[in-house]
Design a protein around this ligand. Structure first.
Ligand code: FES
Length: 106
């Protein structure tokens, strides 16, 4: 199963093993990784699951969807590497993925 590393804003790392098919957001919530609020429960309607994908991994997590891109307009500190974690479904090819969390979810 893929091992994913979530890096908090303060640099603290949480390395978790996730089953294929869960979302990057679900993986954080079910492993008590702080920093992802996920207020809408994964419906791509809140932008409180904002993460920064490590640049080396951008090609393997796919592109933002249209709805995701418009929701990111409501997030602060959006960068080229910004994604909504509920919109990334974990696959075998994500083993080793590193994502960083923003200072806050707004
Ligand atoms: S959990 Fe609400 S947009 Fe991802």
């Amino acid at each position: 199963m893929p091992v994913i590393t979530y890096v908090q804003h303060d640099g603290a790392e949480h390395r978790v093993t996730l089953p294929v098919g869960v979302s990057l957001m679900q993986g954080a919530i079910s492993n008590n990784v702080p920093g992802i609020d996920a207020d809408c429960g994964g419906a791509c309607a809140c932008a409180t699951c904002h993460v920064y994908v490590d640049p080396a991994w951008m090609g393997r997590v796919g592109e933002r969807g249209a709805m995701e891109a418009s929701m990111l307009d409501f997030a602060e500190g959006v960068r080229e590497t910004s994604r909504l974690a509920c919109q990334i479904k974990i696959a075998d090819e994500h083993d080793g993925l590193i994502v960083r969390l923003p200072e806050a979810q707004h």
